[in-house]
Structures are given as structure tokens and as C-alpha cells.
Design a protein. Structure first.
Length: 154
């Protein structure tokens, strides 16, 4: 299977758009398992950007730079924690001391528009984060990295 960073980047953006829709206004019907699923799907895609960066022939020379960038960015660190937690059904053997949980969800119903939205909360070592805010920060981080390294993806 060819590793295309551009293809995976577009996949990550589509995953983000689905998560954004559920976070900002889903419509009149809300399925209670979707917000968590969409959050996990997005963070897995965001974390795997690094794998595609390292394996795409046109960008693999930036693998180590990308790794250092991802390790230094808190949003991408949280994405990695979530992705690895999902992959290993909990912290992996070599996982850092940080623990992560994506379970708290808050639902909102706008009575004027009858739209549901969901807020997913990520808890890392007891500290809570708004998952959609972390997702926005992941998108911004990858855009900055790609732009800063003259990687153009359409």
C-alpha cells in the first residue's frame, strides 16, 4: 500500500469535519455513541500523520523533524496518547506515565433550532480538555508544520 501524506491529510480533515459537525450542531437526532467515536477517529488520524510523513517518499526526509515537532506539541501529544490508548485498549507497555480517558460527554440542545451538539472531554492525568479544542489545535499544528516545510497539499 503506498503511503501518501496528502491522502492521509485529506482523510484527517474529513474526520475533523465530521467531529466539528457533531461538536457544533448535529441536527435534531443525536446518537449518543458517535461523539466519542468521532473524537477517537480524529485523534487516530492526527497521530498517524507522523507515520505517513515518515513513509511517504516525498516527505520521509522530514521524519525526525516531524517526530520532534509532534513530541513538542501538547495537542499532538494528546492525540498520540488517545490513539495509542485505543490501539492498545489502554496504556501500552511503553506508554508514558500519562493516562488518558475519553469518556465524558455533554449534550446540548438548542431549543430555537432543535440542534443537538456534543462536547467530548478528554482527561489526561486528571486534567480535563475540550476534545474539539484539542482537535482544532492539532489541525493548526499540522498546517503550520506542513507550511513551514513547504509541503503543499491540496
Amino acid at each position: 500500500m503506498p503511503f501518501s501524506l496528502a491522502r492521509h491529510y485529506q482523510k484527517m480533515l474529513r474526520s475533523y469535519e465530521r467531529f466539528e459537525k457533531i461538536s457544533t450542531g448535529y441536527g435534531p437526532n443525536m446518537e449518543t455513541d458517535r461523539p466519542r467515536d468521532m473524537a477517537e477517529e480524529f485523534f487516530i488520524c492526527a497521530h498517524h500523520m507522523l507515520d505517513y510523513l515518515r513513509r511517504d517518499p516525498s516527505t520521509k526526509h522530514l521524519g525526525e523533524v516531524g517526530k520532534r515537532f509532534a513530541e513538542a506539541n501538547r495537542a499532538l501529544q494528546i492525540a498520540a496518547l488517545i490513539a495509542n490508548s485505543v490501539k492498545h485498549a489502554g496504556p501500552g507497555r511503553d506508554a508514558k506515565a500519562e493516562t488518558v480517558e475519553v469518556v465524558n460527554q455533554h449534550y446540548n440542545l438548542s431549543t430555537s433550532t432543535m440542534d443537538w451538539s456534543a462536547q467530548v472531554i478528554v482527561t489526561v492525568n486528571g486534567k480535563q480538555y475540550n476534545a474539539f479544542q484539542i482537535a482544532k489545535e492539532c489541525i493548526s499544528a499540522w498546517k503550520a508544520f506542513l507550511g513551514g516545510n513547504q509541503i503543499i497539499i491540496f
